[in-house]
Design a protein around this ligand. Structure first.
Ligand code: BGC
Length: 428
């Protein structure tokens, strides 16, 4: 009698991601380049304490080769970065050829290292001349952006694989016109509506312009997506709150710009719980009941990335264009990476077309109004010397990339039973 094959009791296989999966990290110009003196943020920062000014940031403007070499050594196969519009068009309608040449060199260098390049054209900052004209409230703002796009894309097109027109348009509107904590620090419903409308138009115009220049281009946005849960399953008020919040935060921009996305770019950081107070659902302060929050007070909630991925999935490719944790405890970053990536894996198994993951961020950098305190990087940057130091989490991520997935040995780390360096193939 043939011996019956007994299936193994435990599955020790690697959680393998699809072939060709993009693994990389993301940055934005103002957060890493340094000396972006011609944009609205720079202006605004001058009125703040020194530690809240971007200054030289990570000096990536001059050290980009070192940074990309590092990303390469860490096995990344793709990279997301952004242009600084105010360098390229420092005065209205006047384009700086030297700065264009600089970005050609930057992108060429990435390509020489074989990276798949995702380029963001607008990441929060505006040229000062545009800010003076009312920024995104100005009805011509979409046209100004289109002119910039039409000028720059032909120059860079040979070195870019994917284009992000605008990073987190809704967070830009929230910070600038709803919460009023970012320049121009307004709190105005009218400005909110105008800016949202103009950003939608700007994306659509840019989408069309890029496709005219490169018919087969892949163009999208990076949308900040947030996961919501009702505090009590049975509460109708809370459930309605979840639906409305989900629509407002995650779907409105995509709905208004429907048909103008070749892929969905999702930046995931936030999970909220809604609790009813009478007939009004309110956000629960997670820091009060959950110890598992980042240094910015954001709840660690890996299931949330599964939630947003399945919620937004509509057949076109999805890239996680940002996901990361602000922490000075790098062990937490390692756990974060593995927990969140397991959820991404689970979403892929459930049929969501996730094609890539960009950790935020390659470097500890300038975290906008929060200054340099929050540490999101895989690589530490000494603010004085600018020396780069690779963190253990970067090596864990490198191991994940090398195996195109999470090895079982690495997962044991989640149970705190091992020191991560013991299972990395190349010991730290
Ligand atoms: C932005 C990044 C930022 C990150 C962490 C995203 O909203 O695109 O620029 O640093 O979140 O706050």
């Amino acid at each position: 009698m043939a011996e019956e094959k007994v299936p193994p009791k435990h599955d020790h296989a690697t959680l393998e991601f699809p072939q060709g999966f993009l693994w990389g990290a993301a940055t934005s110009a103002h957060q890493v380049e340094g000396n972006n003196t011609k944009n609205d943020w720079w202006d605004w920062e001058q009125g703040r304490e020194k530690e809240f000014r971007s200054g030289e940031a990570c000096d990536q403007y001059r050290r980009y080769e070192e940074d990309f070499d590092l990303a390469k050594e860490l096995n990344h196969n793709s990279h997301r970065l952004s242009l600084e519009w105010s360098r390229i068009e420092p005065e209205e309608g006047k384009f700086d050829l030297d700065e264009i040449e600089h970005y050609v060199k930057v992108l060429k260098y990435l390509k020489s290292l074989n990276f798949t390049v995702m380029l963001t054209l607008h990441h929060f900052t505006n040229p000062q001349w545009l800010a003076k004209k009312g920024g995104w409230e100005n009805s011509k703002s979409a046209w100004y952006f289109e002119r910039f796009v039409k000028t720059i894309v032909p120059k860079l097109k040979d070195y870019v694989d994917m284009w992000i027109t605008i990073n987190e348009p809704q967070i830009l509107v929230w910070g600038s016109y709803i919460e009023g904590c970012w320049p121009p620090q307004k709190k105005s419903t009218l400005a909110t509506i105008k800016a949202t409308w103009n950003l939608v138009q700007a994306h659509k115009k840019a989408y069309k312009a890029i496709h005219k220049i490169i018919p087969e281009a892949k163009v999208g946005i990076a949308q900040n997506v947030q996961s919501y849960t009702a505090y009590h399953k049975h509460s109708i008020v809370e459930q309605v709150g979840v639906i409305v919040s989900d629509f407002m935060a995650n779907h409105i921009f995509y709905t208004l710009s429907h048909g103008y996305h070749d892929f969905l770019g999702l930046n995931y950081y936030l999970h909220h719980r809604l609790k009813s107070k009478g007939l009004k659902p309110e956000l629960v302060d997670v820091t009060a009941f959950s110890k598992d929050v980042s240094d910015l007070g954001w709840e660690i909630f890996p299931e949330g990335i599964f939630d947003v991925l399945t919620d937004l999935s509509d057949g076109i490719p999805i890239y996680i264009t940002e996901c990361g944790i602000a922490t000075t405890n790098d062990d937490r970053r390692i756990r974060f990476l593995m927990q969140y990536l397991q959820e991404v894996y689970r979403a892929i198994q459930a049929g969501v077309k996730v094609k890539g993951f960009f950790y935020w961020s390659l470097l500890d950098n300038f975290e906008w109004a929060e200054g340099f305190d929050p540490k999101f990087g895989l690589v530490e940057v000494d603010l004085q010397t600018k020396k780069r130091v690779v963190k253990p989490s970067a090596k864990v991520y490198a191991d994940i990339v090398a195996h195109n997935g999470i090895r079982h040995e690495l997962m044991k780390f989640l149970g705190h039973r091992i020191h991560v360096a013991d299972v990395l193939e190349e010991k730290t």
